[in-house]
Design a protein around this ligand. Structure first.
Ligand code: ADP
Length: 274
């Protein structure tokens, strides 16, 4: 009778353990599938420009007698090489922010510095498309974190705003302080008057290599990794990134970060010193 009583008591525990084990296995399989997808995507994305470079170099050799053709092919080779370099750089950035749960080299960073860097990064492309980038409300705002990562995050948002907007439109970067429980949140919003993002894609644009229109993204030099980087940077800083969009009218991406001195930020600061 004793044995029966024990087994009756342990049965629910046993089945709960089995359930946990099954859940664990499902999660492990999901992670493995994500990893496999990622490797397949990276290989594909690297092979495309590498293959194009190889074909173009053959074309240059064949066209040695035709200087005009050589110039044309060389220009295309330059584009493919740039694409390859961008992709490798973004893969490095992504693995850095993913592995780095703790913030390395965190400091006080004025939001204005991030805005200036982001604008510098897009100046040429914006001028080419006659897109005006304006900023406001960022004076006196600071965030606490890794300067290079934060600059990369805002840079990516502004770059996308320019890339996915028609000529003669405006991009606005605005900063504000939003009061919440446990301290303020610093909000940096990037608004464009671009093509917008269909509702069904809105959640997914933060996934690695997810693009609404792969051909368009490639044409603008996109790697499909930009928003994944932004999301990781926001998360490792105790913040988040959100998107609002209306198709054909434009999008707003908001980067929300804890204000230095807030409870959330103090928690992060303590973690980074560990
Ligand atoms: P990409 O290098 O392709 O720009 P991202 O990760 O930065 O990669 O963005 C993923 C996709 O989200 C883009 O390919 C594009 O389809 C969409 N997207 C991002 N930002 C915008 C924007 N401001 N307006 C419209 N679509 C956008």
């Amino acid at each position: 009778a004793d044995v029966l009583a024990v087994s009756a008591r342990s049965a629910p525990l046993g089945s709960r353990l089995v359930l946990l084990l099954v859940e664990d296995l499902t999660e492990a399989r999901r992670i493995e599938a994500v990893r496999r997808d990622f490797v397949a995507n990276v290989s594909h994305e690297l092979k495309t420009p590498a293959g194009a470079l190889s074909l173009l170099s053959e074309a240059v050799l064949d066209a040695a007698e035709d200087p005009e053709a050589v110039t044309r092919f060389a220009g295309r080779m330059q584009n493919e090489a740039t694409r390859l370099t961008n992709l490798i750089q973004e893969l490095i950035d992504l693995s850095r922010v993913q592995d780095n749960d703790m913030l390395a080299g965190a400091e006080m960073v004025p939001v204005e510095d991030l805005v200036v860097e982001a604008m510098d990064r897009c100046r040429q492309q914006a001028a080419f498309k006659h897109i005006t980038i304006a900023s406001g409300g960022t004076d006196d705002l600071s965030v606490w974190g890794n300067r290079a990562q934060l600059a990369a995050a805002l840079g990516n948002l502004v770059e996308n705003a320019v890339n996915y907007s028609p000529p003669h439109t405006r991009v606005a970067i605005s900063g504000s302080r939003v009061p919440v429980q446990g301290g303020d949140i610093v909000e940096i919003a990037v608004t464009d008057q671009g093509i917008g993002i269909p509702e069904m894609d809105r959640e997914r644009v933060f996934e690695r290599f997810y693009r609404v229109d792969p051909a368009r993204s490639r044409a603008t030099g996109g790697t499909g990794l930009g928003l994944a980087i932004v999301k990781h940077v926001a998360a490792s800083h105790g913040g988040e990134v959100q998107v609002w969009s209306a198709e054909g009218q434009g999008s707003t991406f908001t980067l929300r970060l804890p204000e230095p001195g807030s409870a959330r930020e103090r928690h992060l600061a303590a973690r980074s010193k560990r």
